[in-house]
Design a protein around this ligand. Sequence first.
Ligand code: SAM
Length: 233
Amino acid sequence: MTKDLFGKALLDYHKGNYTEDLITSTNISDEDVLPLPYLFRAYSEMPKLEKKALQLCKGNVLDVGCGSGSHSLYLQEKGFKVKAIDNSKGAIRVAEQRGVLHTELKPLLEETDTFDTIMLLMNGTGIFQTLEQTPKYLNHLKTILNPNGQILIDSSDIKYMYQDDDGGYWLDMNANYYGELDYFLSYKGEKETPIKWLYLDFETLKTACETIGLDCEKIMDGKHYDYLAKLSI
Ligand SMILES: C[S@@+](CC[C@H](N)C(=O)[O-])C[C@H]1O[C@@H](n2cnc3c(N)ncnc32)[C@H](O)[C@@H]1O
């Protein structure tokens, strides 16, 4: 069971009780600060990949793992019909309180409505957790996609995280896929239950898509090994 520390942090920030940021780390990297204001970013503060994804939206939109609802709010203001889902209770409460009109507390695999655009942003592949589970998630996304619909998803090739100072890689070829990380989160001294979080390089995502009959096109590269992809049937 998770403690929903992510949701608690969003709620604190939203209520004006911002005193600390979230602290993240992974099995291959040290502690890092995830600033809460970033999770409430306005369109002008979003990375170019996210701006591009928002510009490409069409029809009715599903925002998967909506967090505080920043992307949904932008689209709503532009006149789009948007549904925002998240499996964090705190996130959904904040998204509602910020004005997202259609929200639901549910994991992606329980979504059954259908959409013209499905958006998964801020390392959208993270939600798949492992490479092994990726086909299950992609298949599900396919079943909730309308004809001529699109899935907009961002991720990164994190091979650079395994690079030594001398430029060599310390990848263990017998281990699981290198983008599968154990992800640790803490907030105000409390530790969240560790989760699996998946970063997929574009070629691996494309192969997984093709295996289940989805087209996968790279829309844009980001600043640091990240990219935006568009999946369609
Ligand atoms: C990195 S945050 C991104 C939040 C938001 N999209 C943004 O860009 O600020 C990932 C979000 O996905 C949610 N999440 C993780 N697994 C999920 C799942 N299986 N179904 C729905 N939401 C999920 C988390 O609770 C969290 O709010």
